[in-house]
Design a protein around this ligand. Sequence first.
Ligand SMILES: Nc1ncnc2c1ncn2[C@@H]1O[C@H](COP(=O)(O)OP(=O)(O)O)[C@@H](O)[C@H]1O
Ligand SMILES: [Mg+2]
Length: 343
Amino acid sequence: MSPAVETLDLTKTFVKKTLKGSIFKRMIRRVTTKPEHVTAVDHVNLQIGEGELFGLLGPNGAGKTSTIKLLCTLLVPDQGTAKVNGYDIVKEPNKVRESVGVVTGGERGLYWRLTARENLLFFARMYDMSDHVSKPKIDELLKLVELDGRADETVEKYSRGMKQRLHLIRGLIHDPAILLLDEPTLGLDPASARVIRDFVKQRLQREQKKTILLTTHYMDEADQLCDRIAIIDNGKVIGLGTPAELKKSLSQADIIQINASNVPEAAESLLKNIEGISEVALSFDDSDAGRAQLRIHTMDAESVLPEITQTLVSKGVKIHALQEIEPTLEDVFIGLTGRKLRD
Ligand SMILES: Nc1ncnc2c1ncn2[C@@H]1O[C@H](COP(=O)(O)OP(=O)(O)O)[C@@H](O)[C@H]1O
Ligand SMILES: [Mg+2]
């Protein structure tokens, strides 16, 4: 069986123009710009099976949105191509558009002065659906995400979670085989995010048997939802597998998690210098600069533990909790890049 989505060396480079010179120089001379090339999607080769819920996990700027835009023909690749539902994104863009539903997070893409029902009717007409076909479909979709009670209110009165549910069914109106969901829970409160996740897994994948490509920078979301995950960074796929396989690739490493206060920035490099430690990731608590979490990768926790605590205590660090933990996808990312997923 051929895959539902297949990318073949898919590549997209942008030219970013950055202003050169100081403000003062730019005021008295002609403004010069220095073009900088960013390869947002870099020779990506992926195969997504029919009915699979596939995750693209990576930090901000990794190339997730660009990949989605290429797959739904909003962008044209510079190199390589992709097949979506068997159709080539460059040669058969219209067929591709019929095959996919795209859902992006955030505030755009809906008409705030229209009601939810009017929004859906508008998009159905854009897909050339006749009203007698789309109207019952719209009722069904509104019910599916429990917006039927408020379908005739204008969208501007909706909460973020409600808007996101409406976004989701907007992508379903023409009953596409493949769904491209770009950070569908971005910025939602935990309860609204859970509703969206359950909907995607239970309704869209299990019941409606859709093929789903979902992008996220939330590692827990990818872990819970996705059958397989591609980890991307700087446009490149750097890891691929089921969540369990990805974590197993780290099974040789012990991971120590330390919660502490009064942590200096230098703690990271000091700990990295200790023999037997392969990676250290330090992240500060937003609310209080000195409060931080350290994740330390080592082959043998027991042998490095005394030196870790000594080093930290000698710098005045107060350790609140220290434990050995099971690897998460965050640790997989740290192991692959030396950085945390969310800096
Ligand atoms: N239209 C554009 N023009 C120039 N650079 C862009 C454009 N769109 C994206 N980029 C750059 O491409 C890279 C990948 O961006 P994006 O695909 O939005 O990443 P993500 O969705 O993973 O955060 C980033 O460095 C971003 O600045
Ligand atoms: Mg994005």
